[in-house]
Design a protein around this ligand. Structure first.
Ligand code: CTP
Ligand code: MN
Ligand code: MN
Length: 493
């Protein structure tokens, strides 16, 4: 191993106007990886108070890179990713022990062997992928090189959701999200060393797939009568895991049994059962565009100047989804009040709605205070609906068109979510309704755990400063959260 030489030890101390005067020439940088953002911030601030130059961003000014629980190889691969092609070999790689000793001493202490990061001798120990632990710190596109692993883990996540084991479900979803960002297909579990969110259970499933071609746990779950029944019953719009579970305990496993049971269904469930096949068929991008035209017409006719934005999976670039999501606003605050009711009336008068349920806006900042960080419920004026979408000719292949004629199908039912937001909350609503669900959950977890802030689809509240932070774009919200901006197409966690 070539020893890393110290560099620039004689360079004059630069003190920019925005820096506190530094007493020492060493330029330090603390690596967040494994240390965590809050501890890193704490240690950095402590160092600066003692007159050390501690950089927020890594740059070629940095002479000493300090990390915790990382091997030299791990830090080097992180370093290579930062300075691709800029030449950075000569940075001291030190353990956090050197930093804390130096702070105790009030000056940078002499570097001993024990302060240098451990070299790993075993080739197998090398960490191949460096993945930050929060999904909102990562860029997750729709490209997935590990579907053979993520499919069974997603199925186990879905099963946990259907059986209301939320903690397990989130653990599976997080593991799936980590595997989704890997740039190559995993062929051996040793490649996963050092990755976050892959506990014993996850690794057992992964090992099973890599060694036996399939996960026995996922297969037996998929084949179980209970899972099948839960999936069928919750496939009815308006039926959640609790209701499905109650029906199963009463011996209802499928739609025929449900119809024969004489169970009382609410309005949503009746519509869900009636349009079951349509609603369980994926909504295509073409369907979404056709619905967008209709919503646009309704909005323009009722409130000229109002804007509609396609959100949800389609905004993230997905080619199909389970519904179509829209966010509606007006550039003048307050003009949007009462708009939903008018849109719904317009749609109903044209016979375009098979079902709708509208909830009023119940959010009042002065009264409600900051949104609870763990909650993804918001209180916008919203409409959960089922559209009657006329089928247009020429969309499908000849065979598909033939098939539709045979069925005498001139329309299909499509689930549509409409949300109206005042312009002052628009950026938060847009961020909150673009998803993915895991990405949203991770944003709120990041805000709460790392920044002591509460993020909701209405607002961002800084708990340490006891004040709301305003933003008029998604970019500003990411910046307020101390995160790199991730565009919608890379939020597919
Ligand atoms: N959402 C929400 N509150 C709800 C329902 C959904 O804030 N009561 C948000 C979700 O967090 C998600 C977005 O709305 O970010 C879209 O939700 P959904 O349509 O369920 O998911 P999609 O990502 O659009 O997936 P699909 O393509 O299957 O529709
Ligand atoms: Mn959606
Ligand atoms: Mn939706």
């Amino acid at each position: 191993m070539v020893p890393l030489k110290r560099r620039r030890s004689s360079v004059a101390v630069e003190t920019g106007s925005d820096r506190t005067p530094s007493r020492f020439p060493q330029v330090l940088f603390l690596l967040e990886r494994k240390m965590g953002a809050s501890r890193r911030t704490f240690l950095s601030q402590l160092g600066r108070k003692k007159g050390f130059q501690v950089e927020e961003e890594f740059s070629d000014r940095v002479t000493h890179l300090i990390s915790e629980n990382n091997s030299a190889d791990e830090v080097r691969s992180w370093l290579e990713a930062q300075v691709r092609g800029r030449g950075s070999a000569e940075v001291q790689l030190l353990d956090v022990g050197w930093y804390t000793e130096s702070m105790r001493a009030g000056r940078p202490v002499e570097i001993q062997d024990a302060h240098k990061l451990q070299e790993e001798t075993n080739e197998d120990e090398v960490v191949l992928f460096s993945v930050p632990s929060y999904a909102c710190q990562r860029r997750t596109t729709l490209e997935n090189h590990n579907t053979s692993l993520t499919d069974p883990l997603s199925l186990l996540a879905e099963n946990a959701e259907l059986t209301e084991e939320e903690g397990r479900a989130v653990a599976f979803r997080r593991a799936v999200a980590v595997l989704k960002v890997l740039p190559v297909a995993v062929t051996d579990v040793s490649q996963l060393r050092g990755l976050p969110c892959l506990g014993e259970h996850m690794l057992r499933v992964i090992r099973d797939v890599l060694e036996n071609g399939a996960s026995r746990e996922a297969q037996s779950t998929e084949g179980s009568q209970r899972f099948k029944a839960l999936k069928t019953l919750t496939g009815i719009f308006g039926v959640g895991a609790k209701t499905a579970d109650r029906w199963i305990r009463e011996g209802i496993y499928d739609l025929d049994q449900l119809r024969a049971s004489g169970q009382t269904l609410n309005r949503a469930q009746q519509a869900g059962l009636e349009h079951y096949d349509h609603l369980n068929e994926p909504v295509t991008r073409a369907d979404a565009d056709a619905i967008a035209e209709i919503v646009e017409a309704a909005v323009t006719s009722e409130l000229p100047g109002a804007h509609i934005t396609l959100t949800g999976g389609f905004r993230r670039g997905k080619q199909s989804g389970h519904d179509v999501d829209f966010l509606i606003t007006h550039p003048e605050e307050g003009r949007e009040v009462g708009l939903m009711e008018k849109i719904v009336s317009w749609l109903e008068s044209k016979g375009l709605l098979l079902y709708q349920k509208t909830t009023r806006n119940s959010y009042l900042e002065s009264k409600d205070g900051p949104g609870r960080p763990a909650s993804n419920m918001d209180r916008f004026e919203r409409c959960l609906s089922i559209f009657k979408l006329e089928e247009r000719g020429g969309g499908g292949t000849e065979e598909e068109e033939e098939e539709k004629k045979k069925e005498d199908r001139r329309w299909r039912a499509v689930r549509v979510d409409l949300v109206v937001s005042p312009i002052s909350q628009f950026a938060f609503a847009l961020l909150g309704w673009t998803g993915s669900k895991l990405f949203e959950r991770e944003l709120r977890r990041w805000a709460g755990h790392e920044k002591l802030m509460s993020l909701s689809s209405h607002a961002l509240y800084d708990n340490s400063k006891s004040k709301y932070l305003r933003a008029s774009s998604e970019e500003e919200i990411f910046a307020l959260l101390g995160l790199d901006y991730i565009p919608p197409s890379e939020r597919n966690a």
